[in-house]
Write a protein that binds this ligand. Structure first.
Ligand code: HEM
Length: 250
């Protein structure tokens, strides 16, 4: 990418291509490896973000009192005569707690990515032989009553009181929606910001309702990425007072 000043600025693709050019370096990459990395990023970043958005919208449709609190915060922070901008996001504390609580109850990768033990070891009295394929059931940790009060309840407030104690950077093993260790999600910052931006925009710009006679369906599908079995059908109506603002968003 070339800035107007003429100064070169590298993006991810450029960095990968530079590693390809430098074939003598131990960290050089082949074109096939570059393709693999790019596909990995696109695949890993797409269904996770859209799946989490669907879960969060469904939980909010199910809990109207929580939806009202989110809308009040959006009005206070953004204002009904304004659209969401990136700088608003850190101030949406309650919405961010809703997102964290959605990750806890509906992690899109409930078993994370499989691990392989590099040596034999004993964990909690169980021997794991070298070379075993290990799945970490992070979902059951997120619902463990020894760790969480009322674990089945959708209660974003639990993340408001001591937010620093429960970040999702992989340091608190009771809460790891983005995994932990060397293979943890490399899109944490982007994923968190995208989700916050998408939800804030959807909820600030529109009122949402279910089609007549339909109920919120919370069944999940079975797969590596656990999205909703049936995507939510929701009907939007404009929420902003100034309809010109919708043109600006297009
Ligand atoms: C709400 C959004 C997202 C969630 C909940 C999520 C969650 C996860 C989880 C749980 C893992 C497995 C970590 C482990 O096993 O320790 C993972 C891996 C990964 N994620 Fe994300 N992710 C999200 C968004 C993204 C985005 C936006 C990108 C890229 C732009 C991305 C790129 C990746 C990659 C490349 C891996 C594989 C890392 C590896 O195996 O070394 N993710 N993600």
């Amino acid at each position: 990418m070339k800035k107007e000043t003429g100064e070169q600025k590298s993006d991810v693709l450029q960095m990968l291509l530079d590693l390809h050019k430098n074939q003598d370096s131990p960290s050089s990459l082949t074109m096939n490896q570059i393709k693999g990395i790019l596909v990995n990023i696109v695949v890993a970043g797409t269904d996770t973000t859209s799946g989490s958005t669907e879960w969060a919208m469904s939980k909010l449709m199910q809990h109207s009192e929580i939806m009202e609190k989110v809308k009040k915060e959006l009005n206070d922070v953004i204002g009904v005569n304004n659209t969401v901008e990136e700088f608003h996001l850190p101030n949406l504390r309650y919405l961010n707690a809703v997102i964290k609580e959605t990750f806890r109850l509906h992690p899109v990768l409930p078993l994370l990515v499989p691990r392989c033990s590099a040596r034999s070891l004993t964990v909690g009295g169980c021997t794991i032989p070298k070379g075993s394929r290990v799945f970490l059931n992070m979902w059951s940790i997120h619902l463990d009553p020894n760790i969480w009060d009322n674990p089945m309840k959708f209660q974003p407030e639990r993340f408001l009181n001591e937010p620093e104690k429960l970040d999702f950077r992989g340091n608190d093993f009771q809460y790891v929606p983005f995994g932990s260790g060397r293979r943890k999600c490399l899109g944490i910052n982007l994923g968190e910001k995208m989700l916050s931006f998408i939800l804030a925009s959807l909820l600030h710009s529109f009122e949402w309702k279910l089609p007549q006679g339909e109920k919120v369906d919370l069944s999940g599908n079975f797969g590596i990425i656990m999205g909703k079995k049936n995507p939510p059908h929701l009907i939007p109506t404009p929420r902003l007072t100034n309809l010109e603002l919708y043109k600006r968003q297009l």
